[in-house]
Write a protein that binds this ligand. Structure first.
Ligand code: ADP
Length: 165
């Protein structure tokens, strides 16, 4: 039977516990999951592409060690659907938090289907405890001196606090 390959793309600037939750759940729905770290210069990430890839590798090793043979973390730039085709992924996974994500994600999924009708987008609802966790908000809280530890691993929290100084 054909292997089911999924792609979970994102900026992961930095990876949060919400991202890890989606990775764990998406991995259950496919044979192999590619985590695509978007270069995304437009968003002016706080962490370099190499740093974000390295954070994710460490997070998987520490938190999801049993999944390590089923996951690969790769950087990409350019169109998400093109990267999906390159990786032979038939499914794109995205996380959905409350209503705020809906409009953007809906447009993107529709556009991706227009660009490549063979790739299906699957939305995973954010778990209740991570509904309001976003990299953007965590960066703001960190730079204002708030407590970010519930949302991130201690390694990433430390790197973020250092970067804010
Ligand atoms: P992007 O720039 O592609 O939105 P992000 O790294 O912000 O990159 O998010 C990647 C994906 O993970 C998106 O689908 C986003 O909705 C999802 N996501 C982010 N945070 C959470 C969370 N706390 N719970 C569930 N999904 C999330």
């Amino acid at each position: 039977m054909k292997e089911r390959i999924g792609l979970y793309p994102g900026t992961f600037d930095p990876p949060t516990r919400g991202h890890l939750d989606i990775i764990e759940r998406a991995a259950k729905l496919c044979d192999f999951l590619v985590i695509g770290v978007a270069e995304n210069r437009r968003k002016e990430p706080l962490f370099s592409l190499e740093e974000r890839v390295s954070f994710l590798k460490q997070e998987i090793q520490d938190n999801l060690p049993l999944l390590k043979d089923q996951l690969i973390i790769l950087p990409f730039s350019g169109l998400m659907v093109e990267f999906a085709v390159e990786q032979r992924a038939q499914i794109i996974f995205r996380g959905l938090r409350a209503l705020a994500d809906f409009e953007y994600e809906f447009q993107m999924a529709w556009m991706n289907t227009r660009l490549n009708g063979d790739i299906e987008t699957i939305f995973l609802m954010a778990s209740e405890r991570y509904q309001f966790v976003s990299s953007r908000l965590i960066k703001e809280i960190a730079c204002l001196g708030g407590n970010i530890h519930p949302f991130l691993s201690s390694r990433i929290a430390k790197a973020l606090l250092e970067r804010c100084q």
